[in-house]
Design a binder for this molecule. Structure first.
Ligand code: CUA
Length: 174
């Protein structure tokens, strides 16, 4: 709050640099407005929109069964799972880890089912900057084809409590 009363004619139409900046911002707003629907249809990281209702408990059971069937090792107590290509694969977000570690083959397609056991998490795959909201109660299916081999870190990008910053996971591509 100012201690001075503004002069009566305080409004001056923008001019010079101010006008240019408003113009640039406006043009950028319009470009982004057009790009949103464009990316929806032409983007390479879009969800297929395929999702099913599932209780968190039922999803956890599916994940456990998946881990049991294709477990090949363990790292820091988290199972490493190597499913055959072309299959349905599962990833569970829970406070505060991504479960299990997936080992996938480069160039092969998988149907990744992803959900949460408790609250909302954010799946963020590095370094490809692929981001997806993970909601309990929904089985989101993402069709993925790994194109870069190596170890890819998953982090949680949705604040989910005191262990949020520890919530990391891994996808290994060979
Ligand atoms: Cu899970 Cu933040």
């Amino acid at each position: 709050m100012s201690i001075y009363i503004p002069e009566k004619d305080w409004f001056h139409p923008p001019e010079g640099a101010e006008r240019a900046w408003i113009g640039i911002s406006l043009i950028w707003c319009i470009i982004m407005f057009i790009m949103m629907p464009y990316w929806h249809f032409k983007g390479k990281q879009n969800s297929t929109g395929e999702a099913y209702r599932v209780t968190p408990q039922a999803f956890v059971e599916r994940v456990d069964k998946f881990v049991e069937s294709y477990k090949v090792g363990e790292e820091n107590g988290i199972p490493i799972v190597e499913p055959p290509p072309g299959n349905d694969i599962y990833l569970l977000g829970k406070m505060w880890q991504w479960y299990p570690i997936l080992k996938l083959k480069k160039g092969q397609e998988y149907r990744l089912h992803i959900s949460s056991a408790d609250i909302q998490h954010g799946f963020s795959l590095l370094p490809v900057n692929m981001n997806f909201q993970i909601m309990p109660g929904y089985d989101h299916v993402l069709t993925i084809t790994p194109t870069i081999s190596g170890e890819h870190q998953i982090i949680c990008n949705e604040f989910c409590g005191i262990g949020h910053h520890l919530m990391t996971g891994k996808i290994i591509v060979e």
